[in-house]
Design a protein around this ligand. Structure first.
Ligand SMILES: NC(=O)c1ccc[n+]([C@@H]2O[C@H](COP(=O)([O-])OP(=O)(O)OC[C@H]3O[C@@H](n4cnc5c(N)ncnc54)[C@H](OP(=O)(O)O)[C@@H]3O)[C@@H](O)[C@H]2O)c1
Length: 418
């Protein structure tokens, strides 16, 4: 116990001394809207860990698209959703943040393998260790109790402390700064599962993989993961200034999607032969751009999807016979139309994928520790720029790769060694 009530952001109390209250960036229903206005610093209580939990002093927090959605209150009002499930009425706020690096300050009574002072990164796949699904040893990310910490759950990383399940904690890569350590786990774990989990459609030597949004958080990691597996990453971006960035990460070539204009979901007109012919001509031209990079006839064995509505028709069309379109989001919309002829005749797989299980997360984190993958931190924002970082993301004006926010590490961060 300690008598400390609060302490300033950018500093830490003595190891193991947990203050009564903390600063956090809160979203409240009355502020739902543009991220720049949705987040506001407030003082709240510090939660204490349950038997299987640990309390982590957040050194830096990662910025992800999910808290753009949380700010908007759309497509899910995460606060109302929790209230419906019985969250205390006075918790009518959201503390987001689904990535963190930090130092363990307190451990629950049943936690065996983590101790006070450990430096960790936190992955966002929270599940209840007592869930029968988990106890049966099944894939944890499919468990009924599985929730994304800092999005579906409250008390995420945009605070001085966060209480997480012990199984969410992984060793921090010591060659990285706190801010880089906080930046990669959500996008990296997701990309790793998409590319290496869905047997037999995992990246193999010389497989062509088409990567949408290749300079974004998911994409920048995906390029490196494909390259690491001996595949041929073909990147798609929306501006030429992203080309060198993707090539430096290992892309075999880069397509600027602005050179094409056939995007969007199908409407009923697609049933008119002349409309379909025009669409397929344009889509074939896009496919030819892939061949120009990967070789004639080299259709992607895997299409790495997340824009969704706008790009799915093209993804299904260009995917190789027997290949897989694997999708984890619908940034441009959820109502994607698929020309089923290409799906069944060419026996393609359309696979949903969501974050990662503990094994996926651990394996990906090890690739970071082994320096096989760079986290691609582009910018570490100040604490008071939490809203700004999400606003830039919402407007697709954010810097390439992944971003983080400095919390306990001090306003300027602590550099490489932490
Ligand atoms: N289910 C999960 O577990 C999971 C995990 C991580 C992320 N996600 C979701 O995945 C999405 C992307 O996340 P992220 O972190 O990579 O975001 P990001 O850094 O913003 O990157 C997304 C990229 O998508 C591209 N894009 C935007 N509009 C597009 C359009 N109309 N057509 C094609 N590409 C478009 C942009 O690249 P260009 O403009 O250069 O093309 C942008 O860089 C978000 O919706 C996020 O919520 C889901």
């Amino acid at each position: 116990m300690t008598d400390i009530d609060t302490f300033p952001v950018g500093s830490l109390p003595p190891l193991g001394e947990v203050p009564k209250r903390m600063y956090a960036q809160l979203i409240r229903p009355e502020r739902f809207g543009e991220p720049k206005d949705a987040f506001k610093e407030e003082i709240v209580k510090v939660s204490r860990p349950g038997p299987n939990q640990v309390l982590v002093a957040v050194m830096a927090a990662g910025v992800n698209y999910n808290n753009v959605w949380a700010s908007l209150g759309y497509p899910v009002d995460v606060i109302a959703a929790r209230q419906r499930k019985g969250a205390p009425p006075d918790e009518n706020f959201h503390i987001g943040g689904s990535d963190a690096s930090g130092i363990v300050y307190e451990v629950g009574s049943s936690v065996k393998d983590i101790k006070v002072g450990d430096e960790v990164v936190v992955h966002c796949g929270a599940w209840d260790p007592n869930d029968p699904w988990i106890q049966a040893g099944k894939d944890s990310v499919l468990a009924p109790s599985q929730l994304i910490w800092g999005y579906e759950t409250n008390w995420g990383a945009f605070a001085q402390f966060t209480c997480v399940h012990a199984h969410q904690c992984l060793p921090r890569p010591r060659h990285l700064s706190w801010e880089a350590s906080a930046s990669y786990m959500l996008t990296g774990g997701t990309a790793y599962r998409m590319l290496y989990h869905w047997e037999p459609h995992t990246v193999k030597k010389d497989d062509v993989v088409l990567i949408w949004g290749a300079a974004g958080g998911l994409g920048a990691i995906a390029i490196q993961l494909v390259k690491a597996g001996g595949g041929i990453p073909v990147a798609v971006v929306s501006s030429d200034d992203k080309i060198d960035y993707c090539k430096n990460l290992g892309a075999a070539g880069v397509i600027n999607r602005k050179n094409f204009d056939h995007w969007g979901a199908f409407d009923n007109d697609i049933n008119k032969p002349e409309v379909f012919l025009e669409w397929s001509k344009k889509t074939r031209a896009f496919g030819k751009a892939i061949w120009d990079i990967a070789g004639k006839g080299a259709n992607p064995q895997i299409v790495f999807e997340h824009p969704g509505e706008s790009t799915i028709p093209t993804s299904i069309f260009v995917c190789a016979t027997g290949g897989m379109v694997v999708i984890c989001a619908g940034t441009t919309g959820y109502h994607a139309a698929v020309d089923l002829r290409y799906l069944w005749m060419r026996q393609k797989r359309l696979q949903g994928s969501h974050f990662a299980n503990d094994v996926n997360s651990k394996e990906f984190n090890q690739m970071i520790i082994d320096k096989k993958i760079d986290p691609c931190l582009s910018r570490a924002f100040k604490w008071e720029e939490t809203g700004l970082s999400h606003q830039l993301m919402r407007e697709n004006r954010h810097p390439h790769g992944n971003m983080s926010i400095i919390v306990g590490a001090g306003k300027e961060g602590l550099g490489k060694s932490g």
